[in-house]
Design a protein around this ligand. Structure first.
Ligand code: FAD
Length: 398
C-alpha cells in the first residue's frame, strides 16, 4: 500500500497541499490528531449557526491567485469586518478612524481630529522628556506617542493588559510598532482588496480541499511510528482504521508536516512557547445579542477581551431575525502551559532563537516538508498559509 504523501495536519496548510497534490495525480493520506478536520478554521454547527471553534476567522487578502483559488472551491460572502470597542458602557468604532474620533471628542472634520491628536501626541512627548527619556521605554509610552492619551486609555490599555496578562508599563515598546489611524469615516478593519467568509462556513472549504485524499482523524503522527526505509521513503504499520487495503504496511514517499516543529524533534532542544486563549460559548434565546460579529471589551474590569456573535459572519440584515437563537463566545486570553492548545507563537528573542535552531534541524530532514503556523513557528493569516502551501507544493515539482 503506497501513498506519495503522508500529510500531518488537516488545517489550511495540509489541506491545500493535499488538494494540489491530488490535482497533480499524487496520492495522499492526511492524518490529524483532532477529532475533526480543518485545524483552527474548523466550525461547529450549533443552533443552526456556524460557530468558529477556535476564535473569529475572517478571510482577507490582496493575493489575487489565492482569492481566485478559494473562490473556485466555494463562493465567499460579503462579510466585512467592522469591529467595535466597548469601554465603560460607550461604543467606539475600530480601527481608529473619524467615527472613533467623533465618538471620543465630538470632532466632525479630519482637521479637528488631527489637531486634537497632535496636541495629545505632543503632551506624551513632553512627559517622556520630563522623565529624562529620549525613546519610549515601554508599550504605554510608545502607544501614547502614536495615538495620544485618550485613545490609549480607553481603547488600548485594558485590552492589551488582558491579552498579555501584564501592565502596559511592563511590556516592551516594540510590541506596538505602528498604530494606524484613518482620517476618513471608514470602519473596514482590513485594507485588503478582498474579504469574506466561505458560504456555508469554513468546513465546506476544507471538505473541498480534502476531496480525493484518505483522511484519518484522532491519529497523532507518533502513533504511526514511521520508519525510514533504505531508499529514503517512510513506512509504518497500517492503522486498523485504514480499511482501503489489507496490506500490513503502508509506504509513503514524503511526509508533509504541519504540526509543532519542537514536537517533531521530541523537544530535544527545549520547548517553544505560545500565547493561548479560551472561549466560553453560550447559546442564547435571543435573535440578536450585540448586533455585530466582534465587540472588543477594552475595559480592564471586564475579564474577557471580546465577544464574538457568530451568526453575523453569515447572516446579514433581516436574515439575522430568521433564527430566534444566537451563539456568542467570550474570548479570554491566558498564559499558555504545555498541553494547552497553542495559538500564537511568542516571537521574543529566546523563542525566535530556539525556533531557528529547530529550523536548521528541519532543513536537514530528508523527505519531510515542514509548513504552516506550527511547523514554521510563525503567525500566518489564512491566505498567506495557503500561499505557503502553494509554494511548498511548487518546490516539489521544480
Ligand atoms: P492549523 O490550523 O493549526 O492546523 C494544524 C493541524 O495539524 C491541526 O489540525 C492539528 O490538530 C494537526 N496536528 C498538529 N500536530 C499533529 C501531529 N503530531 N499529528 C497529527 N496531527 C497534528 N487568519 C486569518 O486570515 N483571519 C483571521 O481572522 C484569523 N483569526 C485567527 C484567530 C485566532 C484566535 C488564531 C489563533 C488564528 C487566526 N488566524 C486568522 C490564523 C489562522 O488560524 C491560520 O492561518 C491557519 O489556521 C493556519 O493553518 P495551519 O494549517 O498552518 O495550522
Amino acid at each position: 500500500m503506497k501513498y506519495d504523501y503522508l500529510i500531518v495536519g488537516s488545517g489550511l496548510f495540509g489541506a491545500t497541499f493535499a488538494y494540489l497534490a491530488h490535482k497533480a495525480g499524487k496520492s495522499c493520506l492526511v492524518i490529524d490528531q483532532r477529532k475533526h478536520t480543518g485545524g483552527n478554521v474548523h466550525c461547529e454547527r450549533i443552533a443552526d449557526i456556524n460557530v468558529h471553534s477556535y476564535g473569529a476567522h475572517i478571510f482577507h487578502t490582496s493575493d489575487e491567485e489565492v482569492w481566485q483559488f478559494v473562490n473556485s472551491l466555494v463562493p465567499f460572502n460579503r462579510f466585512t469586518n467592522c469591529p467595535l470597542a466597548l469601554y465603560r458602557g460607550k461604543l467606539y468604532n475600530l480601527p481608529f478612524n473619524m467615527n472613533t474620533f467623533c465618538q471620543m471628542w465630538g470632532v466632525t472634520t479630519p482637521a479637528e481630529a488631527l489637531s486634537k491628536l497632535s496636541i495629545q501626541r505632543a503632551e506624551a512627548a513632553r512627559e517622556l522628556k520630563a522623565a529624562g527619556a529620549t525613546e519610549p521605554r515601554n508599550l504605554e509610552e510608545q502607544a501614547k506617542l502614536l495615538v495620544g492619551g485618550d485613545v490609549y486609555e480607553r481603547l488600548i490599555k485594558g485590552y492589551t493588559e488582558k491579552q498579555w496578562g501584564r501592565e502596559c508599563k511592563q511590556l516592551p515598546a516594540f510590541i506596538i510598532k505602528r498604530l494606524p489611524v484613518r482620517f476618513t469615516f471608514n470602519n473596514n478593519y482590513f485594507n485588503d482588496a478582498h474579504q469574506g467568509i466561505p458560504k456555508g462556513g469554513y468546513n465546506v472549504l476544507i471538505d473541498e480541499l480534502l476531496k480525493g485524499a484518505d483522511v484519518l482523524l484522532r491519529t497523532p503522527l507518533h502513533e504511526l511510528d514511521c520508519r525510514k526505509t533504505k531508499s529514503g521513503t517512510w513506512q509504518f504499520h497500517r492503522p486498523a482504521m485504514l480499511t482501503c487495503s489489507a496490506d500490513d504496511t503502508v509506504e509513503v514517499g514524503k511526509i508533509v508536516y504541519s504540526g509543532a516543529i519542537d514536537e517533531y524533534f521530541d523537544y530535544r532542544l527545549g520547548k517553544l512557547e505560545y500565547r493561548s486563549i479560551h472561549l466560553q460559548t453560550e447559546v442564547m434565546d435571543t435573535p440578536n445579542y450585540q448586533g455585530n460579529a466582534v465587540v472588543n471589551y477594552t475595559d480592564a474590569s471586564v475579564p474577557f477581551t471580546r465577544i464574538i456573535e457568530h451568526k453575523h459572519f453569515e447572516m446579514f440584515g433581516d436574515e439575522v431575525y430568521r433564527n430566534p437563537k444566537t451563539v456568542v463566545s467570550r474570548e479570554f486570553s491566558e498564559e499558555w502551559q504545555p498541553g494547552m492548545e497553542p495559538y500564537y507563537p511568542v516571537n521574543d528573542e529566546r523563542n525566535n532563537r530556539l525556533a531557528d535552531k529547530y529550523r536548521e534541524l528541519a532543513a536537514r530532514q530528508e523527505n519531510v516538508i515542514f509548513g504552516g503556523r506550527l511547523a514554521e513557528y510563525r503567525y500566518y493569516d489564512m491566505a498567506p498559509v495557503i500561499r505557503r502551501a502553494m509554494e511548498a507544493f511548487k518546490q516539489q515539482n521544480v
